[in-house]
Structure formats: structure tokens, C-alpha cells
Design a protein around this ligand. Structure first.
Ligand code: MG
Ligand code: MG
Length: 238
């Protein structure tokens, strides 16, 4: 909510990063990405055709019409949480509003499948089927993951179908489910900074993520936010 309120034309991604890190430290939590395999930021900030792992920078200022993916992981009392949203910077094109809506809804479809006895593949299929219905593509090269006392644990949670032989969901597992959805090709590449992942065709991409516990009572979203923010677009399912 802090970050969503801050997002506006003219603000740099480094300012967002600093705000997140300061807040996190005030709450006695540690930013999980900072230093992870050498990543320099506390947030991943990925704009427009950037899919994930964008590096916060003083030079990178948000512009009206951008879409910004904010990914944040923290460690609190030995346990990790990981969550992402994509937000509009001021007014964006309708095509990008739709991309954001579909990606977020695909995550909700996936969460509904977090039921004891289901398989990881049920989550993957839920994302892929929903997204492809709208002509979008899901990124193959990066996937969701288990999460707990480490940021990235097994099992992998692909956003596309890899066959039925995937782990069964059992109570106590926590899954970071994170659809990465592109308007154009599913193909991505990594920029020379060694981190920033961009779409191969330069078309926009969106990313939403929640950390979800598997319980006997159904999915428990650990990263649910009260704040709905500014992403209140009108979206027609058909
Ligand atoms: Mg994340
Ligand atoms: Mg993650």
C-alpha cells in the first residue's frame, strides 16, 4: 500500500526501493532479495516490457502510461514471504489495463486450485488456460516456487502445463504462485546487467504473486492486501 500510494510520474524506482527497505527494517524484517545471488535492490522493479528482476535505479523515473511490476520478498523471524503486483502509472492504455486484469485474475484462478490432494499441475493449467483464452502468453523460463525457511524451495510452480506428474499438495506447504504474462511472445531474454528480464518482442508484460499456504480448509493467502489501490479497471471477461 505504501508503494502503491507512491507510484506516480516522476518518482524513481530507487525511491520506491528505499521506502520499502526502510519500512521493512522498521518492522524488524529483512528484505529478502537484497544481496540474493548479488541482487543490488530490495525490490524488483520492472517497467513495461521488463518481465521480472528489474534493478531499482535513481535514473529510472516512472512516466505516465507505464506499467510497473513491483516484486518484494521479506524474511521475518526466519520465514520468508514473497509477493508481486503490477500497477499503472497514472493513466495507461486499455490494452495494458486488460493485461493487468487478466494476469491478476489468473493468479486468483490458480489460488482456487490450492486444495489438498490437487497437484501442482492443476495450478499451472489454471493459469495457462485462463491467460491463453485472451491471446496472451505465459513466460516459460521463470516459474513460481515453494517458500518457507528459504526464499526459493521446491516444488517449482510453472505457469504452464508440464504434464500430470507433479507433486501433490499437502497441508503445510506454502507456495509462491506468480504468473508472468506477456501481450506478445512468451519468449524472454536477460539484459546485459545480468538481471533484468525483458520480453523478446518488446511488448508489455505483467506479474502478480502471492504466497499461499495449503490447509485442510483450503487456500490461505498469506500476502493478501486490504488495499485495492488504483488498479480498479473495468474489465469485461468476454
Ligand atoms: Mg516475488
Ligand atoms: Mg517468487
Amino acid at each position: 500500500m505504501l508503494l502503491q500510494e507512491m507510484v506516480a510520474p516522476g518518482i524513481s524506482t530507487l525511491e520506491l526501493d528505499r521506502a520499502a527497505e526502510d519500512y521493512c527494517k522498521r518492522k524488524k524484517a529483512n528484505p529478502a532479495f537484497k544481496g540474493y545471488r548479488g541482487f543490488p535492490g530490495s525490490l524488483c522493479t520492472s517497467i513495461n516490457e521488463e518481465v521480472v528482476h528489474g534493478i531499482p535505479s535513481r535514473k529510472r523515473k516512472l512516466k505516465k502510461g507505464d506499467i510497473l511490476s513491483i516484486d518484494f520478498g521479506v524474511c521475518y523471524k526466519g520465514y520468508y514471504g514473497d509477493s508481486a503486483i503490477t500497477v499503472a502509472v497514472d493513466k495507461i492504455q486499455k490494452s495494458e489495463e486488460d493485461l493487468l486484469c487478466v494476469t491478476e485474475k489468473s493468479l486468483e484462478r490458480a489460488i482456487e486450485k490450492v486444495v489438498v490432494g490437487n497437484r501442482v499441475s492443476d495450478i499451472s493449467i489454471a493459469v495457462q488456460d485462463y491467460v491463453e483464452k485472451f491471446g496472451y502468453s505465459v513466460v516459460r523460463q521463470f516459474v513460481g516456487h515453494g517458500i518457507g525457511t528459504a526464499l526459493h524451495e521446491g516444488p517449482e510452480i510453472p505457469n504452464f502445463h508440464i504434464g500430470e506428474h507433479t507433486p501433490r499438495l499437502v497441508p503445510g506447504m506454502v507456495l509462491a504462485i506468480e504468473p508472468m504474462v506477456n501481450i506478445g511472445t512468451a519468449k524472454v531474454k536477460v539484459l546485459r546487467d545480468g538481471w533484468t528480464v525483458v520480453t523478446a518482442d518488446g511488448k508489455p508484460s505483467a506479474h502478480f504473486e502471492h504466497s499461499v499456504a495449503v490447509t485442510e480448509e483450503g487456500p490461505m493467502v498469506l500476502s493478501r492486501r486490504q488495499y485495492q489501490g488504483k488498479n480498479n479497471f473495468s474489465f469485461q471477461e468476454n
